[in-house]
Design a protein around this ligand. Structure first.
Ligand code: MSP
Length: 494
């Protein structure tokens, strides 16, 4: 491992009050894309996902089902895991906040916060939303509803331990200031800064009116506030890789990650995460998804119908990280046809079938020289590659994917201009040159696609017998083109 760059990425820990939907799939796919991208570069990658199982929200959901919270957690957590496997998510650990190592680490964290003098006992009196697992100020409530989320709140009055969050205001502001990309995209960072500038109140970090949680160290009448518990799973999940390079989250849980979590870490003297990346919210054709509305989008039937890669493709491509996305199956099919079937699929298909029929499936050797008239293609490859890396490194996964599509367009154009079908039988040397450059560009496109479309990418690279998967240009070795069927056949709409 020595000399390797470590890269640690996390998804949020999902509540086990109900089955996973498209929003959960999206967050985790984004984290998966980053994990795969860093593995491509040979980094020592750790990718953590899992479930957030304690707290009032889960306890109540279990009561409604008439089961014990742990039983509900076991069931729902299994469903999440099954979906994540189906989504091809390359996580290294699926942590559950009921896992023993997490329970002891979270309570150790609380103990250290006590030790650093940041905890005092008091009484919390105010609003709480079980659905958001969040405390709200009077000014954030209208008619019994938290304005920001639309969730119902209830009045809570109970003994509780408080964390001196107010004392961390300056240090937090300094952190945002000194690390301009600690919260991405920038608009989210500004939002956090103005929230913190408006003043921070101490935070209640324990509860006493229910018991589904981790006992407070040396005061088991209290359980840890579920966010203190769950956030700590990032640390438990890979102490060896700490600090995290990126926490991928939705915009709704930004405050917990960008304010509470760094303050907790400061309190116990642990390094802070490098990036908190907040994405937008998916709606069902513009309408907020909700169980009561019955419009929650289940990824499974979509995976059955369209397959893994097209599903992942659509989610990442459709909305730039940070912006909200309108889920629409019609759009999915449109994007599939124009960008996957007609562009990438067509390029691979035409090229592979020409190699089969004109070259008897032989992948030619790299040409001795690159002619000036072919240099445009190589420079486009390099430019697109650089752009792709820049986007990926800045967590603009959707833009990185568009860059791959536009590279594929460039290669299609080169193919169209060079007309290998005219060279066949007339100029074998030139034919081989042209097909070599196209195949190498396809190889590059496939490597760039690897984080996004793992199945298609490995199909193409398998046919090209490329086990190097170099994110570089000019790496294709001669050999025999293997089997690979039509990627992305067109979907004919009814
Ligand atoms: N348990 C907390 C996270 C704790 S992390 C230490 C939680 N869980 S959640 O299951 O409610 O949500 C997890 C993630 O799913 C969040 O990042 C949230 O943004 C994301 N999504 C849930 N619904 C979503 C959409 N409709 N669209 C996009 N993402 C959404 O919060």
């Amino acid at each position: 491992m020595t000399g390797q760059t470590k890269y640690y990425v996390t998804s949020p820990m999902y509540y086990v009050n109900g089955d996973p939907h498209i929003g959960h799939a999206y967050t985790t796919i984004l984290a998966d894309v980053m994990a795969r991208y860093h593995r491509l570069q040979g980094d020592n990658v750790r990718f953590l996902t899992g479930t957030d199982e304690h707290g009032l929200k889960v306890q109540r959901a279990a009561e409604q089902r008439g089961v014990e919270p742990k039983q509900m957690a076991d069931e729902v957590s299994t469903t999440f895991r099954a979906l994540f496997d189906r989504l091809g998510l390359s996580y290294d650990r699926f942590i559950r906040t009921t896992d023993e190592d997490h329970v002891s680490s979270a309570s150790e964290m609380a103990r250290r916060m006590v030790e650093s003098g940041d905890i005092y006992k008091g009484k919390y009196e105010g609003w709480y939303s079980a659905s958001d697992e969040a405390y709200y100020d009077e000014s954030e409530i209208e008619d019994g509803i938290a304005v920001a989320t639309g969730s119902a709140v209830e009045w809570v009055a109970e003994e509780s331990y408080f964390f001196r969050l107010s004392e961390y205001q300056d240090r937090l502001l300094e952190w945002y200031e000194d690390n301009p990309d600690c919260i991405l995209p920038e608009s989210r960072r500004n939002e956090v800064i103005s929230f913190v500038e408006s003043g921070l109140q101490d935070l209640s970090v324990s509860r006493t009116t229910f018991d589904w949680g981790i006992p407070w160290p040396s005061d088991p009448e209290h359980v840890l506030y579920v966010w203190l518990d769950a956030l700590n799973s990032y640390f438990t999940g890979s102490i060896a890789h700490w600090p995290a390079d990126a926490h991928i989250i939705g915009k709704d849980i930004l405050r917990f990650h960008a304010v509470y979590w760094p303050a907790f870490l400061m309190s116990v003297d642990l390094p802070l995460p490098n990036h908190i990346v907040a994405h937008g919210w998916w709606t069902n054709e513009g309408t907020k998804m909700g169980k009561s509305k019955g419009n929650v989008i289940d990824p499974v039937p979509l995976l059955d119908k369209y397959g893994l890669d097209p599903f992942r493709f659509y989610l990442i491509r459709e909305s730039p990280v940070g912006q909200d996305g309108r889920f629409s199956e019609t759009r999915l099919v449109e994007r599939y046809n124009t960008e996957l079937a007609n562009n990438i699929g067509n390029l691979v298909n035409r090229t592979f079938s020409m190699v089969r029929s004109y070259l008897d499936s032989e992948i030619p050797k790299m040409p001795f020289v690159m002619l000036d008239k072919d240099r445009n293609l190589s420079s486009r490859c390099l430019i697109h590659l650089r752009e792709y890396r820049d986007h990926m490194d800045a967590y603009r996964m959707s833009k990185a994917l568009s860059t791959v599509i536009s590279l594929s367009t460039v290669v299609n154009r080169y193919l169209q201009d060079r007309k290998p079908w005219k060279l066949a039988g007339e100029d074998e040397v030139r034919l081989k040159e042209v097909l070599y450059w196209i195949l190498d560009a396809i190889r590059l496109v496939a490597v760039m696609l690897a984080p996004f479309l793992p199945e298609t990418s490995s199909g193409i690279l398998g046919a090209l017998d490329d086990d190097l998967q170099k994110l570089e240009w000019g790496y294709l070795n001669p050999g025999v083109l293997g089997e690979f069927g039509v990627p992305f056949p067109r979907i004919e709409e009814d």
